[in-house]
Design a protein around this ligand. Structure first.
Ligand SMILES: [Zn+2]
Length: 59
C-alpha cells in the first residue's frame, strides 16, 4: 500500500485535477500544473490549488 498525492485547481469553480508534466528523459515527476490558469503548487497566486492524499491498494 502506498499513498499518492493528487493535486487539484479550483479556478473554474470546481476542482480539476492537475496534470503532471513528466519529461520522458527524466525519472522524477515534474511539478503538476493547471492547464486552465497555469497555477502550480509552488506558484499559486489565487490560492486555488488544493491536494488530496489517496491510498493506493495493490491486490
Ligand atoms: Zn487553475
Amino acid at each position: 500500500m502506498s499513498v499518492y498525492r493528487r493535486w487539484f485547481c479550483n479556478c473554474s469553480g470546481k476542482p480539476e485535477e492537475l496534470i503532471y508534466d513528466q519529461a520522458p528523459e527524466e525519472e522524477t515527476l515534474g511539478e503538476p500544473c493547471c492547464e486552465r490558469c497555469g497555477a502550480s503548487p509552488s506558484s499559486d497566486p489565487k490560492h486555488t490549488i488544493l491536494f488530496r492524499d489517496e491510498e493506493e491498494f495493490k491486490e
